[in-house]
Design a protein around this ligand. Structure first.
Ligand SMILES: [Zn+2]
Length: 275
């Protein structure tokens, strides 16, 4: 697995929480992409403890230890806990015809591994749809080790193999967090209206209601040029001309080698600068 590009710039300290705007609280460095997914880009002094805790507890921990765990182990992705030995086994869930589930421990090289993504329409913001919508989102998953999975299915002996449980809401918030951080880094914290933080924090900004749907800001990357090497995890910052102004967007692709979708994520409209 190719890591993120080496040539990402060093971002300047933000000196403000990029999620809630707090300046007075103690600010910590923000890892835009988790270290456990090879992320190396950091926004210095960019998140307060309160927001970092929400993101860690509600987004990153559940994903890194849940639906992204197997794929991280498959690709031998880094772990923060250097002294802790890497896990050698993984839980696989089996389900009988009667619907009873049981979990067995299997060696990691015998565990089915999947990457996943979501087929989305173009972000509602760009397509002119309402802020709140109910849209059917199709999940996509690709097995990275078919022969191992066939063996595991055979060993399941009549029981069904439960392959993957995806927390869609956490994954959408995760994509939003990456896009927001990169936009702050590339465009500057004051260059755009921050539309993603309420989605990232799972809490609505004051004076705005109701909750904006994730599909309003996160959607299919319809841009014609394909700047990504297919087997990389890649991102690109793209200010789009939209109406009479600019909208700041991030193109993001994870697990492109397996054909997982590329996303175009709206961080927010540009703030007109007075000269
Ligand atoms: Zn904050």
């Amino acid at each position: 697995m190719q890591p993120w590009p080496d040539d990402l710039p060093l971002f300047a300290p933000v000196e403000r929480c990029i999620y809630c705007g707090a300046r007075e609280r103690k600010l910590t460095d923000e890892h835009i992409v988790p270290y456990g997914l090879y992320g190396r880009s950091v926004l210095p002094a960019a998140s307060c403890r309160e927001c970092a805790d929400i993101i860690n507890r509600e987004i990153e921990e559940p994903l890194m230890r849940g639906s992204l765990l197997a794929i991280r182990q498959f690709f031998n992705m880094p772990t923060r806990k250097r002294n802790k030995p890497r896990p050698t086994h993984q839980n696989v869930t089996l389900r009988t015809r009667e619907g009873v589930e049981r979990t067995v421990r299997v060696p990691i090289d015998k565990a089915p591994t999947y990457v996943f993504g979501f087929s989305l329409p173009v972000a509602g913001y760009l397509a002119g749809r309402p802020e709140v919508e109910e849209i059917y989102v199709r999940g996509e998953a690709v097995c990275t080790n078919p022969s191992v999975t066939r063996e595991a299915a055979k060993a399941a002996e009549g029981e069904a193999l439960k392959l993957l449980e995806i927390d869609q809401q956490a994954y959408m918030r995760f994509l939003a967090k990456i896009a927001h951080g990169f936009t702050v880094g590339f465009a500057g914290v004051d260059a755009f209206e921050h539309r993603l933080p309420p989605l990232i924090l799972g809490r609505q900004a004051q004076g705005r209601s109701p909750n904006v749907s994730a599909t309003h800001l996160i959607g299919w990357d319809y841009l014609p040029e394909e700047p990504f090497v297919a087997d990389d995890m890649r991102m690109a910052y793209v200010p789009l001309l939209y109406g009479t102004g600019t909208v700041h967007t991030i193109r993001l692709r994870l697990f492109g080698r397996f054909g997982m979708p590329a996303y175009l994520i709206v961080a927010g409209p540009g703030v007109a600068c007075s000269a």
